[in-house]
Design a protein around this ligand. Structure first.
Ligand code: HEC
Length: 128
């Protein structure tokens, strides 16, 4: 009598395995927008146009029209400013950022936290 239920559980476990780890294609700006609203909007404004922190919709414009994704991610996770006593912005994800996604960087696969990529994707989408 219990077999069908056990089989259903097994099948769903198998489906999980087939899904595998997230890839860069799974990154979506919608998750980035939610993370932004939760962790960043208090300083950078709900629409990212600034407040206590700078306007984040002009990053590409200030960089000759190119969105500097790596530099932006380094700013967000604190890598770009470790030890700066004047830094106001907290390091995002100090407690861990969950799953990583392997991203090709100059022909080398680098694991990058999916939440960081999602935030960068959201910010890239709001560039003016
Ligand atoms: C406590 C306020 C505060 C919070 C919260 C905050 N920031 Fe910031 N952010 C700042 C300030 C202030 C700066 C200017 C540089 C500095 O002082 O560290 C900055 C700078 C930046 C920059 C660099 C802008 C540029 O022109 O290069 C990016 C990108 C950024 N923040 C993204 C984020 C994201 C994404 C989050 C949420 C995960 C976040 N910030 C949360 C205050 C904050």
């Amino acid at each position: 009598m219990r077999t069908p239920a056990a089989l259903a559980v097994l099948l769903s476990l198998c489906a999980c395995q087939v899904d595998g780890p997230p890839t860069e294609a799974d990154i979506d700006a919608t998750r980035g927008a939610a993370l932004f609203a939760q962790n960043c909007a208090s300083c950078h404004g709900a629409d990212a146009t600034g407040g206590l922190g700078p306007d984040l919709t002009g990053i590409a414009a200030r960089n000759g029209g190119t969105f500097p994704r790596d530099r932006v991610m380094a700013q967000i996770d604190g890598l770009g400013r470790h030890g700066d006593p004047d830094a106001v912005m907290p390091e995002f994800g100090a407690a861990g950022m969950g799953d990583t996604v392997v991203v090709e960087e100059n022909g080398i696969g680098v694991p990058v936290p999916a939440d960081l990529l999602a935030l960068a994707a959201f910010l890239e989408g709001v560039q003016g």
